[in-house]
Design a protein around this ligand. Structure first.
Ligand code: ARG
Length: 463
C-alpha cells in the first residue's frame, strides 16, 4: 500500500515496524476532533486565499461525508496508514480525489495531533467537572438528611470526638470542590491553540492562526511554535488532577468498606451496588468501593508513565509523544466510570443511625469535654488533661464509661466537679458544643450546608 509520505522511500515498511509504530488502534478515539480541526484549517486556508474557495468547499464536504460515515460506524481504519490523521486524509482523497491532498497545506501532523488532544481534553474536562458536581450533589443530599446523626469521629482510626455524620460526609464535598477548581483552572491552558505551528518552526504560507483558534473555541494561541508541538504539560496536569480525584474517591470508598463491615455496621450499601460470594452464601461484598479504591492505581500509573515519557525529551516533536494517548484515554474512562458510580452509591446507601449512636455511647470520646469543663472552672488545660486521663483509666478498670461514674467518684479526682457535668457528657451535647467556625456543631453544619447549596445551585450558569 502506498504511504502518504512514500516519495522518499525505496522499500516497503517492515510489517512489524508498521504495527509497532501505528497508533490507529487507539488514536481513532480522536477522529471527530481531527475532523473538527481540519474543518477549521481548511476554512482558514480558503479565507487567506491559500487554496481556491471551491477546493475548500469540496474538502469540507468530503470531511462531512467521512464524519457521517464514522458516526454510522461505517469506516475501516488501516494500520498501513499509521494514525488517525493519515487515515482520515486517505479516506478524504479516496472520497473526493487528489484535491483532498490540499488539506494538509501549511500544516503538519505535529500541530494537528496537538490540536486534537487539546480539543479532546477540553470536552472531557468539562464533562468531568459536571460529573463531580453530581457527586457533590449526592453528598449534599445525604448530608442534609443526617445533620443530627452522630457517629464517632476518628483520628488514627481510634475514636476521638463525636461528630455529625453530615460533617464527616461534607469533608468530601470540599475535596471535590477543590478538584473542580483545579480542573477549571487547567482549562485556561487547555484553551491554547497549537494549530499553525507546523512541524516545529511555523509555515511559509500566510496563515491566520487567530482565525483557526477562534473557530475551534480556543482563547489563546501558543506564542512559540516549538513549544506548541512539543507541549504535553496540559495532559500531565490533567493526569495529575485525575490522580488527586482518585485519591479522594479511594479515601471515601475505604470508609464505605469499613462502615459497611459487620464490625461497624454504620451504613448498608444498596444490594444493587454489591455482589455475593460464589461459596459463602451469607456474604454481601462491597465490590464497587473496593474497585474504586483499586482503580486509583492505574490512574497514578498513567501519570508516572507520561512524566517518564517526557523526561529528557529534546525539542521539538519526538515519536515518543505518541505514548501520551493510551494513558490519557484510560484515565478519562476510569475517572468517568468511577464518578458515575459514586454518585448513586452514596445516594442509595442506608445510614444506621442506631449503630452509630451506640458507638459514641460506648466510648470515651467525650473526655475532651470534661477537660474543657475543668478549664472553664479555672484549671490550666494541661492539668485538666492529666486529671481526665486518670479518670479514664479509673473508668476502664471499673468497666464503666464517663457517663456511668457518680459525682462522688468525679469529686475524688477534683473538687471542681458539680452536677452540671453530666449533661455535658451526652454525645449530642458534645457535638453541639463545637461551635467554632467550621466545627461540627449543628448550627455550623447547617451553615456549611447553606454555603454548599449556594455553590452548587446559585452558580450563574456560564453561557
Ligand atoms: N501519531 C502521531 C502521534 O500521535 C502523530 C504525529 C506524528 N508526527 C510525526 N512527525 N511522525 O504523535
Amino acid at each position: 500500500m502506498t504511504k502518504l509520505w512514500g516519495g522518499r522511500f525505496t522499500k516497503e515498511t517492515n510489517k512489524l515496524v508498521e504495527e509497532f509504530t501505528a497508533s490507529i488502534e487507539f488514536d481513532k478515539e480522536l477522529a471527530l476532533e481531527d475532523i473538527q480541526g481540519s474543518m477549521a484549517h481548511v476554512q482558514m486556508l480558503s479565507d487567506c486565499n491559500i487554496i481556491p474557495k471551491d477546493d475548500a468547499k469540496t474538502i469540507q464536504h468530503g470531511l462531512q461525508v467521512i464524519q457521517n460515515k464514522i458516526n454510522a460506524g461505517d469506516v475501516e481504519f488501516s494500520v498501513a496508514h499509521e494514525d488517525i490523521h493519515m487515515n482520515i486524509e486517505k479516506l478524504l482523497i479516496d472520497e473526493i480525489g487528489p484535491v483532498g491532498g490540499k488539506l494538509h497545506t501549511g500544516r503538519s501532523r505535529n500541530d494537528q495531533v496537538a490540536t486534537d488532544m487539546h480539543l479532546y481534553l477540553k470536552k472531557q474536562t468539562e464533562m468531568i467537572i459536571s460529573l463531580l458536581t453530581e457527586v457533590q450533589s449526592s453528598i449534599l443530599i445525604k448530608s442534609k438528611e443526617n445533620v443530627e446523626t452522630i457517629l464517632p469521629g476518628y483520628t488514627h482510626l481510634q475514636r476521638a470526638q463525636p461528630v455529625s455524620f453530615a460533617h464527616h460526609l461534607m469533608a468530601y464535598f470540599w475535596m471535590f470542590e477543590r478538584d473542580k477548581e483545579r480542573l477549571q483552572d487547567s482549562l485556561k491552558r487547555i484553551n491554547w491553540s497549537p494549530l499553525g505551528a507546523g512541524a516545529l518552526a511555523g509555515t511559509t504560507f500566510p496563515i491566520d492562526r487567530a482565525q483557526t483558534a477562534s473557530l475551534l473555541g480556543f482563547d489563546k494561541i501558543y506564542p512559540n511554535s516549538m513549544d506548541a508541538v512539543s507541549d504535553r504539560d496540559f495532559i500531565v496536569e490533567f493526569l495529575s488532577h485525575a490522580s488527586l480525584i482518585m485519591t479522594h474517591i479511594s479515601r471515601l470508598s475505604e470508609e464505605m468498606v469499613i462502615w459497611s463491615s459487620q464490625e461497624f455496621q454504620f451504613i448498608e450499601l444498596d444490594d444493587s451496588f454489591c455482589t455475593g460470594s460464589s461459596i459463602m452464601p451469607q456474604k454481601k461484598n462491597p465490590d464497587v468501593p473496593e474497585l474504586l479504591r483499586a482503580k486509583t492505581g492505574r490512574v497514578y500509573g498513567n501519570l508516572v508513565g507520561l512524566l517518564t515519557v517526557l523526561k529528557g525529551l529534546p525539542l521539538a516533536y519526538n515519536k515518543d509523544m505518541q505514548e501520551d494517548k493510551e494513558g490519557m484515554f484510560d484515565t478519562v474512562k476510569t475517572l468517568v466510570g468511577s464518578l458515575k458510580l459514586l454518585a448513586p452509591m452514596i445516594h442509595t446507601m442506608t445510614v444506621n443511625e442506631t449503630k452509630m449512636y451506640e458507638a459514641v455511647s460506648k466510648d470515651f470520646s467525650n473526655a475532651t469535654d470534661i477537660a474543657d469543663y475543668l478549664v472553664t472552672k479555672g484549671l490550666p488545660f494541661r492539668q485538666a488533661h492529666e486529671i481526665i486521663g486518670k479518670i479514664v483509666l479509673y473508668a476502664i478498670n471499673q468497666d464503666k464509661y464517663l457517663l456511668g461514674l457518680t459525682l462522688d467518684e468525679y469529686k475524688e479526682f477534683s473538687p471542681l466537679f458539680a452536677e452540671d457535668i453530666f449533661k455535658l457528657l451526652h454525645p449530642k451535647h458534645v457535638v453541639g458544643a463545637r461551635k467554632s467556625e467550621g466545627g461540627t456543631s449543628f448550627e455550623q453544619v447547617e451553615s456549611q450546608l447553606a454555603l454548599a447549596d449556594k455553590l452548587l445551585y446559585d452558580a450563574v450558569p456560564s453561557s
